[in-house]
Design a protein around this ligand. Sequence first.
Ligand SMILES: [Zn+2]
Length: 323
Amino acid sequence: MAQDQITAVTDLRGNIQPVSYDSALIETAVRLRVDRADKTDAGWMAEYRRELDEIYELPEQSRESAFVALDRRYFQRIGISSVVDECLAARAKVLSSATSIFLITAQSRSEEGADVTADGRLVIRVRHSSLENIAVFRDRLRRELLQAADCLNPAFGHSPGDFETLMPSEKERIRTAFSSLWALSARIRLCSEEMNTCEEELPLASMGCLARLRDKTLTALGLADEEKIQVLFSRMPDHPPTFRRMLEFCKEHLGSEKVSKGICILCRFPSEDVRPLAALPPELGRSLCVEFPHLQADSPICHRCVERQDSILNFSCKKGAHT
Ligand SMILES: [Zn+2]
């Protein structure tokens, strides 16, 4: 893979390794910016076009390297590398232990993110389209680099191999909930940093982002409210939960052991198949809560009681339709 190392424009980076950028990413980012240039870009656009014309006058064998050099200069100019440097500098203390840093092209939304390899390389993957809006790119990168810093922090105990110990039937579900939960933990810490640094109230965009992530996490965990998450996050922002603790939390709510044996809170019979109220279809859960107001999101309910309630619900719907 061809790469270009970009030297930081500012000296924010401290001891952090220089970032190696995928050259295809540099080229596309500059092209996109040229294609979408507006009046405010007129100055550098004219200069860029003039330099481009000069390259076409060079002998053919020298053109390719001249194009690459031109793209590199303008890539710095459009501000992406300074955003990357700024976000890295914000976590310099931990990220300086990364052995090298790469920013490469992601092929899909799900591929995007920052990972730390076993040998300590920090790899950031972004799609070209994610570079179009610098403010959104910065916001997302800040969160991803905070999570990358978690990976490099021994106290966090990053141990992705633990997912391999899960049953195939539960792995995907738990992995999805885990990634939401971890992102939420990072977002809460970022919001807390923002509150400490800005004198006014937290920007609406940050609050909106936090609320969306909270809802996504609750849904992924099948929880009706955030009470349990608040307990898990009770020592935030200074002591975020570790990798293991978050994985245990997801397993407690979604793991196969959750669906297995237990005593039904309604009929008091032991059953091989009890589920927490929050994991039932919402309409069924609501009707159970109306009938049994003492139920909690994690109250275990057996399959027979679920079927019984389902038939009551269907019956009252039909009755409602005829009267
Ligand atoms: Zn029951």
